[in-house]
Structure formats: structure tokens, C-alpha cells
Design a protein around this ligand. Sequence first.
Ligand code: NAP
Ligand code: MG
Length: 397
Amino acid sequence: MTTPLVEMDGDEMTRILWQMIKDELITPYVDLKSEYYDLGLENRNKTNDQVTVDSANATLKYGVAVKCATITPNAARMKEYDLKEMWKSPNGTIRSILDGTVFRAPILVKGIVPYVKNWTKPITIARHAYGDVYKNTEIKIPGAGKAELVYTAEDGTVTRETIHEFKGPGILQGIHNTEKSIESFANACFKYAIDTKQDLWFSTKDTISKKYDHTFKDIFQNLYDTTYKAEFEKLGITYFYTLIDDAVARVVRSEGGFIWALKNYDGDVMSDMVATAYGDLSMMTSVLVSPKGVYEYEAAHGTVQRHYYKHLAGEETSTNSIATIFAWAGALKKRGELDGNKELADFGAKLEHACVKTVEDGKMTKSLSLISTFENPVILNSLDFIKAIRETLDTLL
Ligand code: NAP
Ligand code: MG
């Protein structure tokens, strides 16, 4: 390795897996150069969350990060970790610094059959992570009255639209988005489609929302026409816009193998639907792609808290480490690609292959065995599963 990988350690069971993965699957094979940031909740608390900001800035500097799942504190965690403050979600903090879009894709293995039987290739969901209903203003209307939408420009000019003349009680919601955020989302989507040589689909409800959703559609189309069309045509991939209801029908009938870009709420809902239909969250990868050209790889699942408490109680756990191993593999592949280090990129690909092959050979963790079609799978504990992957890896190298 020439350029260091930004390594973001995390919490609970995934922190335990993190060390096992490094010890068994990374450091014996790779002369690992990494800049280590401990995003475990204790250290975030100790550094007043500065470590999260530092790790994101290091990602901007070096270009590729790999992140372990982290706790987003709530009231219970405040007590459990004796926190100074209810620190914000690290993923949110990192995402706002990198200005990124999250792409989630399932890991497909034989023996774990998607509920939608024609989905033979992964569907990658790209969710816009800013605005709309997630940054809304709401009013509960107590009774009759007029609701208006008012915009006052910097020069004092006022634009006013009636939303509704209420005859009785009701509800009201104000949402927004910015052209800048939509553009950066669109850029990340087009770039990732080019990176992974997959078609890009985008869908909204522009027929009903003629200004709001239509602006999303226009920004995507305009960027495609002016910036990405030639590269897409060269690679033989397509950009395809359709209404969201039409998209849902087409997605279900498709064989997969494309990126589906969605607005914030649609992406939230559809990513859980797609993840569940492919198997479960422990087989979903996640990569944050920034329009600034930097990447952060992680698993889509959380810290697997319940398993951690079992682990602390000295009980055996059988936690699936595949998504976290794929995060490492994805980061190594990208680092290799950016540095022209083919050996490193090849190793990342083989590490992925070793995970898939180990499961296809019938060796897996408990949760995977429950959704697999294998008759007599060998169920392994957390460490033994990683060791089994190492054995497979050795045969591939
Ligand atoms: P979770 O950690 O994803 O786990 C939910 C349940 O899903 C687990 O209890 C387990 O089911 C199953 N599961 C998830 N990943 C698994 C794996 N790799 N192997 C086997 N089973 C797996 O979600 P959570 O319990 O809601 O959240 C725990 C903590 O994670 C929270 O503090 C949350 O803030 C954090 N979180 C972090 C991220 C992130 O950093 N990206 C994302 C989501 C949540 P069983 O217990 O039934 O076996
Ligand atoms: Mg959700």
C-alpha cells in the first residue's frame, strides 16, 4: 500500500468483529497502511466528538475510508456510557462533511434466494440524504383558517400561495430542498453508475408535483445531457427516468443489476423493502460516495447490540461478519484502483469471493442458516466463521 486507508473503528459486537477481521483476514495478507480513528462511543465522548470530524476530514484528504458500525446515542446510551452530551449520529456528521450519497447493495450468494425470484443480480439503492420530510416544519391546525406558503426574497419581494382554506381542524407540513444538494446527489449517482458500470434509474412523482419533484427530474436530466451522456454511451450503460409507481412495477419484474436513485423518503422505504427481499440487513453493503470523489465503505447493519451483551456475558455468538468484511474489501479494492495497485485490488476481490464461496460451501452463521435453502449447513460461531473464510481465502490466493 502507498496511501493509507482511513480506518474508523466502532462499537459493540461489530468492534469485536473488526479486530477479528483485521487479525485473520487483513494484516496476515496486506502490508496495511491505515490512519486509525477510534469512533467508539467512549472515545467520541472523550474527544467531544472531534474524532468523528477528524476522521471525515482525513477521508477528504486520503480518499478512501472503511467504517465499523457505531452507536447513535439515545437516552439509554446517555446513561450506559455516562455521556457528556447526546452526540449526533456519526454517519450523519460524516455524511454532511463529505456531502455524500449512500449506495446500498445486497451481497448475493447461492443458497440464499431472494423473495423476488427473478432478482438474480443486485439492486443498488441510492437514497438522497437531505431535506424533504426529514427537515420539515409541521403545524397541527386547530380549526378553520387559511394556510399559505410564503417566500420572502432577500430584497423583500414576497411570493405567496394559498395551501388550503381550512373549514375545521387539520394538519400542515412545510418541506424544502436545495438545488445544490440535489445536484450533488445526482452527480454522485452518475459517477457511481460509471464507476460500477451499471444502468441508473431515477424516479419521482413529477406528474403530481410539477415544481418540487419536477426540479429533481430536470436537474438529473440536465446533468446527464451536459456532463455524463458521452461516458454512459461509451460504457454502454443507460440513464432511465420513470414515474415512481411505474418504477416499482418494473423493479419487481426486473432481474436486478442496476442502481435505483430515490428521493429521501422513497429511498428510506425502498431500501428496507429491497434489503428484506434479498435476505437480510447482515448481507447489505453500504458505500458513501461523495461528489468530491471520496468513498467511505461500511456495513448497512448496526452494532448488533444483543449479540454484544451475549459476548460480554461469556456466551458464544454467531454474528455474520460478511458485510463488514465486504466494507474492508471494497475499501481495499478502491484504494488499489486509485493507486494503480493491482495486487491490492485483486486481494479485495478475492476476499469478497472467499466470503461468498464459504457460504456456498455450506458454512455460515446462525442468522444466515435461517434464511438459506441449505439442507445441513455448518453453523459456526463468530470467530470460526471468519477462520473458515480465511481457509477459503488461502485456497484462492
Ligand atoms: P442492528 O445492530 O443492525 O441489529 C438488529 C438485529 O438484526 C440484531 O439484533 C440481529 O438480530 C440482526 N443483525 C444485524 N446485523 C447482524 C449480523 N451482522 N449478524 C447477525 N445478526 C444481525 O440494529 P439495532 O439493534 O437497531 O442497533 C444497534 C445499534 O447500532 C444502535 O445503537 C444503533 O444506533 C446502531 N446503528 C448503527 C448503524 C451504523 O453505524 N451504520 C446502523 C444502524 C444502527 P438478532 O438479535 O435477532 O440475532
Ligand atoms: Mg429506514
